[in-house]
Ligand binder design. Sequence first.
Ligand code: RB5
Length: 145
Amino acid sequence: MKVAIGCDHGGLHLKEEIKALLLTLGHEVEDFGTYSTESCDYPDIAVPVSRAVVDGQAERGILICGTGIGIGIAANKIDGIRAALCHDTFSAHASREHNDANVLTLGERVIGVGLAKDIVTIWMATEFEGGRHERRVEKIMTLEK
Ligand code: RB5
């Protein structure tokens, strides 16, 4: 799968770990930065990653900041994005199966690398269940119109 990835300075280290994992899992990764620990603003990264997903340049997006919160709030402002902050494997699974989340957000300052990798592995491997969940997701997407 093609994955757009991005982070602010608070998520740089975890982004590198997740990038390596995605490549190991056989995915293609486009990195939208940031590329250094110099302070930057997470909306500036959330927007291009989200647009890449909405435009079909990438099938999924992964965004990382210190908490995963700010970058996710920004991503969810872009029409077509369903960004989910997941710091446990159950939520990672459910966000795909029930919510068809197309962006995963993570907080480098909140969880360890091992758990983050498990979350990403599950999130990438889980399909949307459809059915009753489809109707609910459609109702969310209608809110954008
Ligand atoms: C940056 O210091 C920090 O505010 C950011 O990474 C993120 O946690 C915001 O939600």
